[in-house]
Design a protein around this ligand. Sequence first.
Ligand SMILES: Cc1ncc(COP(=O)(O)O)c(C=O)c1O
Length: 465
Amino acid sequence: MRRLEPEDLLLVLGARPSSDVGAWLRDGLREAVASGRLEAGAALPSSRTAAAGLGVSRGTLSGAVDELVGEGVLESRPRSSVVVADLARHPAGARPRGGAPDAPARPASVGAPDPTLFPRAAWARAVRDAMRELPDAELGYPDPQGLLELRRELAAHLRAARAAPVEAEDVVIVSGVAQGLALLGEVLAGGRGGRRVAVEDPASPGVVAQLRGAGLDVVPVPVDDRGLRTDALPDAAAAVVTPAHQFPLGVVLAPDRRRELVAWARDGDRLLLEDDYDAELRYDRQPVGALRGLDPARVALLGSVSKLLSPALRLGWVVAPPGVREALVDAKRRADLGCSVPEQAAFARLIADGAYARHLRRARLTYRRRRGVLLDALARDAPHVPVEGVAAGLHLVVRLPDGDAEARAVSALRDAGVPAELLSDASAGPGAWGVVVGAARVQGPAVVRVVEILRSAAEGAEARE
Ligand SMILES: Cc1ncc(COP(=O)(O)O)c(C=O)c1O
């Protein structure tokens, strides 16, 4: 096995910057492995030798190396040697773990988090502790409202993280925001307020499908750079909104519009369904507080672990106003008798022992850094490609001038392994062209590729004008 010298690393990393040395190490090493400049199987120098040779602290170096091991770019071998992974055999992030066979690849969604960040060890510990401590009585059919222990932990977490009044009795555990919307849709469709529901335009096509599947008539309401156009709200029994980070445009609902929306709900005895899908992933400041804080009797707050841990868990919550809570729990009982108790108990432990908060901090830092690298590269190499929205979440939206450009951009991004959707698919009317890019895993060489695809889609469209 070839052992690399610090000089080999310096050669591929280039000059050491004066700040953010961690990013220099991580991004440079990742790019060198992906491009083959560091050959598969070669061993890194010992951490002491490498840190001294590169002029960095051992802590910074091991932080970068740990992260790249987590991504599958480097591999940790016995006797603490670290080698360059063979990405041709196991592309980073797609390597089999624990000897399990590769699952057939399904395309990731634009809103999916990076699965390599999932805190596997902490989750495994939480499941083990839950199975040791759960009383036998909890291994019968569950409480359809959800495990009390989890509802208590979530209530405390949401009070702090979302500045919303939440008590354990307000919380209903569901299998994700999707089920929460479907069940609330069922409750609304069976109620006296009518079947019309106002939905932001554009919106998540999956959300629209859930509402229609529950028997509701969806009425689109336009969104501008201050969020939902409250002056265009129709007469309807309810509205589904994403006030903290509009999906997909990424804008935040302006304070005066938040008040107008709540007034609209009060005046017409209407319900607001607040889809808080990624609110805890704000990178430049604390997220705006949940709309629920303005009127807990009118707002059902929906959230899930899908963006924060993994959509594979199918675990979410509805903080339900008293007026719909009983009907919602009945709908949950009819749908599936309740969520898995061991999973709920494990999640409760993950929150209680601080591992959830630690994971969120780490995920936010990682996504903030990746987003910054991608936006800097776009600003530098494709300054005419406009990126919308605040510094938050796992996706980006880029407007394109016509349908051809968006189709080409989406297919090229997917070919490059980057999740992408047509903005026109999320829009009710014609004319909204663009691409929704799943940015959670875009890093290293993929940054250059994404910038190139978006640049040429925008330029190609310009050339045809
Ligand atoms: C805006 C929005 N709301 C809701 C969902 C559904 O989330 P869950 O996985 O919690 O059902 C998604 C999923 O991508 C989403 O993008």
